[in-house]
Structures are given as C-alpha cells and as structure tokens.
Design a protein around this ligand. Structure first.
Ligand SMILES: C[S@@+](CC[C@H](N)C(=O)[O-])C[C@H]1O[C@@H](n2cnc3c(N)ncnc32)[C@H](O)[C@@H]1O
Length: 281
C-alpha cells in the first residue's frame, strides 16, 4: 500500500530544483485532487491504479519532460492554459507585459493583435481582463492555433479569435490600436537551449537568426503598416536585448520608447508608440 506521504518522499528524489513541488503536482494529477488534500490526508492510500499512474508520471519527469507537458496544463495569469509540444509553455516573465499594459490607457474597444500567440496565453489573459477589446491572435503553427482556439473555448473567453499567419501575412490591410508579441528571440547557439524545459519545446517557438533579433526586427519593421495613429507596439525579448530592441524601435520612428522589467529585475520587454501623423505613408 502506498500512502500520499510515502509517494511524495520517494518521488522527491527526482533530479530537479523543484523536486518536491514537481512530485506534489504529479501526485495531484494522478489522484485528481488539489495540493491541500496532500497535506490534509498524508496517510491516505493510493489505489493500485493511481500508484502505477503516478510512477509512470514520475519516470517521465525523471527523463526531464516538463511538468506542464506531463499534466497538459500551465497556469498563466491565474488561467489554466492547456499546453502541448506544438508551442512554448507560457512563462511568468510574460505576465510582466500584461501587468504593464493594464496600467496604460487604451481605447475602451481596443483592437489588439497578438503575434506568435502560441497557446493563446497573452491574448486570453487580456481578453479575460478586457471583455470589450477585440483580440486577434496569429501563429504560423496550425497546431498552436488549434490549441489557442481550444483554450478560448475551455475558458469561455469570447473576444479572442486565432488564425494561422506568417507574422502579418493573413491581415494584409488591417490596423490595430495595440500589437503585442512574444516572438522567438533566442540565439541558435545559446547553451540554455540544451537545459531544462526548453529541450522539449519546438525551436520554431524559441530561436531566431541574427543573434535572436531577426523576428523582433521583422515585426518592428512591418508593424508600422498595421498600427493606428498613437497605437502601441510591445515586444518581449531576452534579458540582454533591451538596448538593441529600443534602438530598432527608435530607428523605425517610434516615440515614447522604453522598457520594462520582469520580477527578477531584468529588462524583458520594450515598447513604443506609433505617431502616424509625423511620418509619411
Ligand atoms: C515564444 S513563443 C510565444 C507563445 C505565446 N505568445 C507565449 O507568450 O507563451 C513564439 C510563437 O511564435 C510563433 N511563430 C514563430 N515564427 C512565426 C511566424 N513567422 N509567424 C507567426 N508566428 C510565428 C511560434 O509558433 C510560437 O508559438
């Protein structure tokens, strides 16, 4: 007979900085309970079926598979977001962009474009916070678009639509009040690509040419054909790319250019305002 307490102590041997938490999350998934249950009922016994399913999950984790892939879900902005191997697992650093955006003023019926929407995490968090906004999420991966659509349905967020597009290709003449993107921005030679969860995420969601700057550059350049007057562009980027991204925004003609930090104090996103009237079209 395997009790909750015994299962957790065996499993916390997995080689991860968060072994205990990992074991708790996998056990919750295996027995269909919340974490508080584990603390309230440490002596409760797992059924044979639960015990063998839990061991299966632990073996997958020992091979390095991300918890989010094993349990099929990651919380983002307090929303349970379904994840799979087609795109990035949403990260806490991305929540810093949402927090910043919610301190800014935008039209009450703001039209927002989320480029490289992945699971739909950003679009859905903003759709949840701003039900009157009209939000379009685009991604080059049909599997990611299907996942984002499923997330919108599961979360009953009705003001977000998702479609397949190579950056702006599907929305040729449309303009938006706000464009947000967390594009691929990692250099192909970055050693972090060989560590942790990223090993299980698609390179198409992570890596860009020009030391990671190629997609950021492409989005900045092409965005000006898709921004209304006084509209904002906001981009997530690597911790050491803020200066280059601000320079690209300034060189393209954006005003009010700046950057914001994640919870670790790294500049992880940059933004600018597009004053169309000051530029010839
Ligand atoms: C870093 S992930 C971000 C996913 C999600 N927005 C998030 O923050 O969790 C980048 C996403 O961009 C998509 N992508 C890569 N190249 C693209 C392109 N040329 N056009 C549209 N989407 C692209 C990838 O498929 C991936 O889903």
């Amino acid at each position: 007979m395997l009790t909750i307490k015994a299962a957790l102590s065996e499993a916390s041997a997995i080689a991860s900085d968060s072994a205990r938490l990992d074991a708790e999350l996998l056990l919750c998934h295996a027995i269909g309970k919340q974490r508080t249950y584990l603390y309230t009922w440490p002596e409760a016994a797992l059924s044979d079926q639960q015990a063998s399913y839990f061991n299966e999950l632990i073996e997958r984790r020992k091979l390095g598979e991300p918890i989010a892939h094993i349990i099929g879900q990651r919380e983002f902005w307090s929303l349970p977001i379904k994840v799979n191997a087609s795109t990035l697992i949403p990260r806490p650093a991305t929540e810093a962009l949402i927090e910043w955006l919610l301190t800014q003023s935008f039209p009450s019926n703001c039209e927002l474009l989320d480029l490289g929407a992945g699971t739909g995490a950003i679009a859905l968090a903003l759709g949840y916070e701003k039900p009157a906004w009209q939000i379009t999420g685009l991604d080059i991966s049909p599997a990611a678009v299907a996942l984002a659509q499923e997330n919108a349905l599961n979360l009953q967020i009705k003001n977000c639509t998702f479609q397949v597009s190579n950056w702006f290709s599907a929305i040729q003449h449309r303009r938006y009040d706000l464009i947000i993107s967390n594009p691929p921005y990692i250099d192909a030679k970055d050693p972090h690509l060989l560590q942790g969860d990223v090993r299980f995420e698609p390179l198409s969601a992570l890596v860009a040419e020009e030391n990671g700057l190629a997609d950021l550059r492409c989005i900045i350049n092409d965005s000006i054909e898709h921004l209304n007057n006084e509209a904002t562009l906001i981009l997530e980027h690597g911790y050491n790319q803020a200066g280059e991204v601000r320079n690209m925004l300034l060189a393209t003609g954006f005003s009010d250019v700046g950057s914001g930090m994640d919870l670790d104090g790294h500049e992880r996103f940059s933004f600018g305002r597009w004053r169309a009237n000051t530029h010839e079209r």
